[in-house]
Design a protein around this ligand. Structure first.
Ligand code: HEM
Length: 142
């Protein structure tokens, strides 16, 4: 049972990462775009990417991860899991920021600089690298 949940967890994590890595790229092009018709296309792509893929996958990733901790509470004594959960919290924050940014791009497209989105685009990548190292290499394991 644990292995089926872990498999679903990793599947959800891959989809979550795909969405988070792509949404900020869309924001970069959207914030630079002058033409209203092209901006309208970005609005549809961003809404579908967030609502149909990224958010559901994020919820499944967090729920399956939490379920595994409930089934094996020993994980909570592991420093690598503490580090992993802290980084995962960063991913949740990056996701919430993306949801807010999408709304801001709807109401005031030029209010947010594309340069900021270029920087924010790197955050999920760096967090993901840290998380995978923590959960696979398990430094400081007890
Ligand atoms: C709040 C969010 C999360 C929680 C509570 C959580 C929790 C867990 C737990 C308890 C396991 C089982 C570890 C084991 O059986 O040894 C696990 C496995 C795993 N998690 Fe997460 N996780 C979360 C988010 C993530 C994220 C965001 C990623 C990647 C970016 C990730 C990647 C993985 C991988 C690759 C495994 C399989 C490790 C292995 O089998 O050796 N998790 N997670």
């Amino acid at each position: 049972m644990m292995l089926w949940i872990k498999a679903l967890h990793v599947i959800a994590v891959i989809s979550w990462m795909a969405g988070l890595l792509y949404i900020y790229r869309l924001f970069v092009y959207h914030a630079m775009e002058e033409e209203a018709a092209v901006r309208a296309r970005f609005e549809v792509m961003e809404r579908r990417l967030l609502n149909a893929i990224t958010t559901p996958a994020g919820i499944v990733a967090v729920v399956t991860g939490t379920l595994m901790i409930v089934m094996a509470t020993g994980f909570l004594r592991q420093p690598w899991m503490h580090a992993k959960l802290t980084l995962a919290l960063g991913l949740v924050a990056s996701h919430v920021y993306a949801i807010q940014a999408r709304h801001r791009l709807l109401t005031a497209p030029q209010a947010v600089s594309h340069k900021r989105f270029r920087v924010l685009n790197e955050v999920p990548t760096l967090l993901m690298i840290g998380i995978v190292i923590m959960v696979i290499v398990r430094p400081w394991a007890r």
